[in-house]
Write a protein that binds this ligand. Structure first.
Ligand SMILES: Cc1ncc(COP(=O)(O)O)c(C=O)c1O
Length: 483
């Protein structure tokens, strides 16, 4: 046997023993981290010093020694399961998903071709079919797993651009790239849509000027009347409304655009409708709240992130396409991987529907989680997030030092500390920074209509309302200490 066998999983008894030793190390590291504060409070400079050791020593060291170094990294990581970690869409992970993560990494299936991922390719297809049905997509629909909402949104706008050029001008973007007057293309989204719309426009060769921001109502939902006005303006200026992006669960407010109404406008205009449900897509699991997503079934494409309110380890997201034939505009064949003849035989080489080649089998951890918890329990956890946000909004409403920006629609709550006092802008910026530097809490911040705000993104269904009240109390005390 090669002297390297012990280094690899699956190579026999020696490999298994090494794997077991490493899993024991990992278990100890995680047990240590689980009882830590939300964050250690370490600054970038102190982390530079703490992590100054040699990256690649000439000779390796024992697992236990590596484990001590690993524990150092864990000790200075934000603990996403901590009740006082509530800044971002940064969730604790389901234990079932974590176990599946180990399995999918060990299996190391690569989702680009069937001969690297046979069962995985078929299972991923089944999970995507399930999601298409859950979202109410038509029979023609299909999808792919992606690295995250940014990539899913990018795919939506990429396919929208290519579809528009073909439909409107018979222009084949796959063969020819974009035409000389591509500078007329525009994507419309709300003023609080995720910045990945702009990032996509940059990558698509259209630049940020291609993104037209549509105003929102007082609950941060796109206003259909303003959308119509922008579309009329674009038409009058000879610009092309290629796609409208509706957000179902905005990053800051969890607000949900009126998707059904926007879908009707998109249809009238002949524009592609992409729905960014990276965050709000989880509401589909709740019988009680899925009505809030009415209209997503009318989208041409849809983003759903599982590493948000489906509690999966990063990364795990899906991109759905109502008519999966439209993946054709990004299809490229490679002799070594996915030939046309294999496709004609019906072999699912999934590289044809992804912007990636090598791709993780992230679908597995979602599948294991869905199997282990079932829809009712998943739905209850999503509903718990809504309940926590409502509790926080009530607490803020009753607190004389705080003011709520708007009623929450999902799990995000935006508010301000004493906005009526002169120091408000400084305090509201400083509170999250101070709590983070002291390692006491990880609280969000954002800017609403020019004013710095505090934000809690509640994405841990295990948090108790008492803990949430304690966090809000800590924020108020921190503000009072500055005022
Ligand atoms: C609404 C929305 N869309 C897209 C994204 C981007 O997702 P990701 O960070 O997974 O790329 C986010 C991230 O928070 C989001 O909130």
């Amino acid at each position: 046997m090669s002297s390297f066998a012990g280094e690899f999983f699956g190579t026999g008894a020696e490999g298994s023993a090494v794997y077991a030793a490493w899993m024991a190390v990992a278990g100890r590291v995680l047990d240590g981290a689980a009882s830590a504060a939300a964050y250690s409070g370490a600054s970038p400079e102190s982390l530079e010093l703490l992590l100054a050791g040699e990256v690649c020593p000439a000779d390796g060291v024992a697992a236990d020694v590596v484990g001590e170094r690993l524990a150092l990294v864990a000790r200075h990581s934000v603990q996403p399961w901590h009740p006082f970690t509530a800044a971002h869409l940064h969730t604790p992970v389901l234990s079932a998903a974590l176990a599946a993560e180990a399995v999918l990494s060990a299996l190391n299936q690569s989702m680009d071709s069937f001969d690297q991922a046979p069962a995985a390719s078929v299972l991923e297809g089944k999970i995507l079919d399930w999601l298409c049905r859950l979202a109410g997509f038509p029979e023609t629909a299909g999808g792919t797993f992606t690295a995250g909402g940014t990539q899913s949104n990018y795919m939506g706008l990429l396919l929208a651009r290519d579809h528009f050029l073909m439909e409107r001008f018979g222009w084949d973007a796959r063969a020819n790239g974009v035409p000389p007057d591509a500078g007329r293309m525009r994507f419309l989204c709300s003023e609080v849509a995720h910045f990945s719309v702009e990032k996509s426009a940059i990558q698509l060769g259209l630049g940020m000027r291609a993104v037209v921001k549509v105003g929102c109502d007082e609950r941060f939902r796109m206003r259909p009347d303003l959308l119509r006005a922008e579309l009329a303006r674009l038409r009058s200026e000879g610009l092309w409304a290629v796609a409208i992006v509706a957000t179902a669960g905005t990053t800051d407010f969890g607000s949900i655009d009126p998707v059904a109404e926007i879908a009707a406008i998109a249809r009238e205009e002949g524009a592609w409708l992409h729905v960014d449900a990276a965050y709000g897509g989880a509401l589909l699991l709740s019988e009680r709240y899925r009505g809030r997503l009415a209209g997503v079934e009318l989208a041409d494409s849809l983003t759903v992130d599982f590493h948000k309110a489906f509690f999966q380890p990063i990364s795990c997201s899906a991109f759905l396409l109502a008519d999966q034939r439209r993946f054709a505009t990004i299809r490229v064949y490679a002799d070594y991987l996915n030939t046309e003849s294999r496709e004609a035989e019906g072999i699912p080489d999934l590289v044809t529907r992804s912007v990636l080649t090598t791709r993780r089998f992230d679908a597995l951890k979602l599948w294991v989680s869905l199997q282990a918890l079932g829809r009712a329990r998943f739905g209850a956890m999503v509903e718990r997030l809504v309940g926590l946000a409502e509790f926080a909004a009530g607490w803020i409403g009753a607190c004389p030092d705080l003011e709520l920006a708007t009623a929450p629609e999902f799990g995000a709550v935006v508010f301000r500390f004493r906005p009526w006092e002169a120091g408000a802008a400084v305090w509201n910026e400083a509170i999250p920074a101070r709590l983070f530097a002291e390692g006491r809490a990880v609280v969000g911040h954002t800017v609403v209509r020019g004013e710095p705000c505090l934000k809690l993104t509640l994405c841990n269904p295990a948090v108790e309302t008492g803990q949430l009240a304690a966090l809000l109390g800590m924020i108020v005390d921190c503000g009072k200490g500055m005022a």
